[in-house]
Design a protein around this ligand. Structure first.
Ligand code: IPE
Ligand code: IPE
Ligand code: MG
Ligand code: MG
Length: 367
């Protein structure tokens, strides 16, 4: 190669190399800028798609450590986790031909009617926020859906809310009769505890942790949890309750199972006491946001959108959040809960992004 008589660093080879390196750097800068622009456009589109036109409560595109990470596509996340839960549930529920056939048909009818699977997905996302979700986490998560489905079957009975539609179909008792509906609910409840106590499904969990999980499930769903809340809810019908009473009802009838879901996912993933405390605080705010959103949807939604009859709270003389704060006021309160919930995750990294997005989804959902 010809020497142009320049000092060593500027030899002809060096000049060619510098030019090449400059060109490469320029090329990299252009590619990087285009990629960032593309990501920004995609992130924006995702946030809009996620929020169903409702107000945005921040964005998780940047994590607390300001490291750029791909934003969570919550729709895709929900679909993927729901399919995993459904596939797992299929493996533990007897088919409709297994005697007693009416019972199994009834259990399957409500369980596979198309629920959103919010509680199991919260459990899985909590486990991911702490570490990773395993097969044991999937089993633990699915037990929550069994309890939730039983609570819905019983909630719809004539002796309770007397509803005709659920998850887009006739309610369980409308199809199978009251006795079978009660029994299908009982069987789902019992199966949830059987699932959590199965050794083969709890691979990697110590017996102590397994007992802790069963305890959480019982506390969340029992007399001082969901069932207790249902009692307060029924007793409040046609009464002029105050806001504190309403909050206590919501905290128990909906909040306690959601709290159990997040805690169980975290416990199954070996969360520390500090992490468990933060996730519990997150769950309590998310639980309240969930029920406020449910109250709003009861007023604003249609049967087609909700898969269940709308406006039933007013018909049944139930004083809910919109009655105290109006629709927009209630929505604003749900958004505040979401903001607080996400605030509790401050010390968690990007692995908690699904939890952050789930909180937003829960308040902004349309069904
Ligand atoms: C509805 O729960 C009943 C409440 C606790 C408010 P979901 O809205 O999670 O119902 P599904 O499971 O998707 O049908
Ligand atoms: C249902 O609450 C809560 C439980 C089943 C634990 P609601 O009665 O307010 O909810 P929907 O409207 O029937 O879903
Ligand atoms: Mg009810
Ligand atoms: Mg009801």
């Amino acid at each position: 190669m010809e020497n142009l008589g320049l000092p060593f660093p500027y030899s002809s080879f060096s000049i060619h190399r510098s030019a090449l390196s400059f060109g490469l750097t320029l090329y990299k800068i252009i590619c990087y800028s285009l990629a960032c622009l593309n990501d920004e456009v995609k992130a924006q589109a995702k946030v809009e798609a996620t929020l169903d036109g409702r107000p945005v409560v921040g964005t998780s595109a940047l994590t607390s450590t300001s490291t750029w990470v791909a934003p969570v596509d919550i729709r895709h996340y929900l679909d993927q986790k729901r399919e995993e839960v459904d596939r797992f549930l299929e493996t533990i529920i007897p088919d409709a031909k297994t005697p007693p056939t009416t019972l199994h048909e009834g259990m399957r009818y409500s369980l596979f009617a198309g629920g959103k699977r919010v509680r199991p997905i919260l459990a899985i996302a909590a486990a991911e926020a702490v570490g990773t979700a395993s097969q044991a986490v999937l089993a633990v998560a699915s037990s929550l859906e069994l309890i939730h489905t039983y609570s819905l079957i019983h909630d719809d009975l004539p002796a309770m809310d007397n509803d005709d539609y659920r998850r887009g179909k006739l309610t369980n008792h409308k199809v199978f009769g009251e006795a079978m509906a009660i029994l299908a609910g009982d069987a789902l409840l019992t199966l949830a505890f059987e699932l959590c106590s199965r050794q083969d499904l709890m691979d990697g969990l110590t017996p102590t942790r397994q007992v802790q999980l069963i305890h959480e499930l019982a506390v969340g769903s029992g007399n001082l949890g969901m069932v207790g809340g249902q009692v307060l809810d029924i007793q409040a019908e046609n009464k002029d309750i105050d806001l504190a009473t309403l909050q206590t009802i919501h905290k128990h009838k909906t909040g306690m199972l959601i709290r159990a879901a997040v805690r169980m996912g975290a416990i199954a993933a070996s969360a520390t006491a500090v992490q468990l405390g933060q996730l519990t605080a997150y769950a309590e705010d998310v639980g309240l946001a969930f029920q406020i959103a449910d109250d709003v949807l009861n007023v604003t939604g249609t049967r087609e959108e909700l898969g269940k009859d709308a406006n039933t709270d007013a018909q049944r003389g139930k004083k809910t959040y919109p009655a105290f704060h109006g629709i927009e006021g209630a929505r604003a309160l749900a958004d505040q809960c979401v903001g607080r919930a996400i605030g509790h995750l401050e010390t968690f990294d990007a692995k908690a992004d699904p939890l952050r997005e789930l909180a937003r989804y829960i308040a902004a959902r349309k069904n």
